[in-house]
Design a protein around this ligand. Structure first.
Ligand code: AMP
Ligand code: GLY
Length: 425
């Protein structure tokens, strides 16, 4: 099979690495790809926004399946345009991608289908949102409805901060059109888990549960980032709980979207909080998580290409999903200044010294005169697999020591919550 992968980050590198294991893969293209992916795929300089050029490329090269990594092209209808051109796609249509692209849609959708989530209210007008704030007697979270590159969620510590947040989102429009509508929801507490599922429009089949580390600094301090590391499987979400989440969240969501005329094909990602009332949805994403994917896919034993094709052809019931034993840990190395203003262009040393069995996924790198330099906030994700979570953590951090670039920052406590959970058990 000829396969095209759309995207350029660490998630897409992990997808490419996993696809490359498939005996059915003839040729992998990546648009636009990155220097890490270049060893596995032919990188073509087509932009994800240029749907017509991507469709033409697929026809010219006889591409059998397209996998779309990031949410923006999905929300912009890339799948719809490729399907219309007769190309098979692993990734939802624009209508189904609403589950991530509009938090207002997602909340109303969950209410319609009885999917457990925090109480909420929706506002278009600033004055009404302010009035609502005066009446609530519980802690809240403020969310810009649209896509805001992971930055549209504010957890105010006081009423003053809440008012300032509403002003920033609704009046100053700091997240642009994403802030046209705002969700104010009840603040929940508990450990978080990310559960992704393969979906073929009818069924949802869960992957291993993972935990992401969104804050920049150890101990979950500092600003929110795109994710500083992840590990899987997360002991906080044992197999019985995975089944419960499939039954109460993922399958109802896939069935609900189908019922509403927007069948979901691709990866549905539920970001959940495990509360005293049971698992509650914080957000849905319409794609693989980043960096969860860099920890989850290396544990997939089945053929990702088979699975993705089965999803695209609506026959996931025929596919078998097996996972390797053990655990995987991904530690992200980020640039100085990340997330506010990352420094770039720094040469990366030590990539050749990495042990064979550690996976190095490129996220923000560039090749300049044959040398790999930093080119973004998150630069690399180093994933180690081992029989136990503890061994995987040790292996990942030994690898981290080997890679250097100026100003490199990373968290020292990736998966520590998972290790603690093991002890508490
Ligand atoms: P989201 O982008 O919706 O996943 O939100 C980013 C982060 O904000 C989540 O990972 C949670 O840590 C936090 N968050 C979102 N919604 C809530 C909520 N209702 N209660 C508590 N924390 C939340
Ligand atoms: N790791 C969170 C996300 O992919 O949105």
């Amino acid at each position: 099979m000829n396969v095209l992968l759309v995207g350029a980050g660490g998630r897409e590198h992990a997808m490419a690495w996993t696809l490359a294991q498939s005996p059915k893969l003839t040729k992998l293209y990546a648009a636009p790809g990155n220097p890490g992916m270049a060893a596995l795929a032919e990188c073509v300089s087509l932009r994800p926004e240029d749907h017509a050029a991507l469709a033409a490329f697929c026809r010219e090269k006889g591409v059998d399946l397209v996998l779309v990594g990031p949410e923006a092209p999905l929300a912009a209808g890339l799948t719809d345009d490729l399907l219309a051109a007769g190309v098979k796609v692993f990734g939802p249509t624009k209508a189904a991608a609403q589950i991530e692209a509009s938090k207002v849609f997602a909340k109303h959708f969950m209410a319609r289908h009885g999917i457990p989530t925090a109480r909420y209210a929706v506002f278009r007008r600033h004055a009404e949102a302010v009035r609502f704030l005066e009446t609530v007697d519980y802690p809240i979270v403020i969310k810009a409805s649209g896509l805001a590159a992971g930055k549209g969620v504010i957890l105010p510590a006081s009423k003053e901060e809440a008012l300032a947040a509403l002003e920033a989102v609704m009046v100053r429009r700091e997240f642009g059109a994403a802030g046209e509508e705002v969700v104010i929801e009840e603040r929940l507490s508990g450990p978080e888990v990310s559960l992704m599922a393969f979906c073929d429009g009818r069924r949802a089949v869960a992957m291993l549960p993972a935990q992401d580390h969104k804050r920049l600094l150890d101990g979950d301090r500092g600003p929110n980032t795109g994710g500083m590391g992840a590990y899987a499987p997360a002991p906080v979400c044992p197999p019985e709980m995975v089944d419960e989440i499939v039954e109460t969240v993922l399958q109802p969501a896939v069935s609900g979207l189908r019922l509403e005329g927007a069948p979901f094909v691709g990866v549905l990602y539920a970001g959940l909080m495990l509360t005293e009332r049971g698992p509650q949805v914080l957000e849905f994403n319409c794609r693989f998580g980043d960096p969860e994917t860099q920890a989850v896919l290396p544990l997939l034993e089945s053929d990702l290409l088979d699975l993705a094709l089965a999803c695209a052809e609506g026959r996931l019931n025929e596919a078998e999903i097996r996972w390797r034993r053990g655990a995987a840990v991904c530690v992200v190395l980020a640039s100085a200044g990340y997330p506010a203003a990352p420094e770039t262009g720094k040469p990366i040393h030590g990539l050749d010294a990495l042990p064979e069995d550690v996976l190095c996924f490129h996220a923000g790198t560039k090749s300049v005169d044959g040398r790999i330099v930093t080119a973004g906030g998150r630069v690399l994700g180093l994933t180690a697999r081992a029989a136990t979570l503890r061994e995987a953590v040790e292996k990942a951090y030994r690898a981290v020591e080997k890679v250097e670039f100026e100003g490199r920052q990373y968290r020292r406590d990736i998966a520590v919550s998972g290790l603690r959970h093991g002890i508490a058990d």
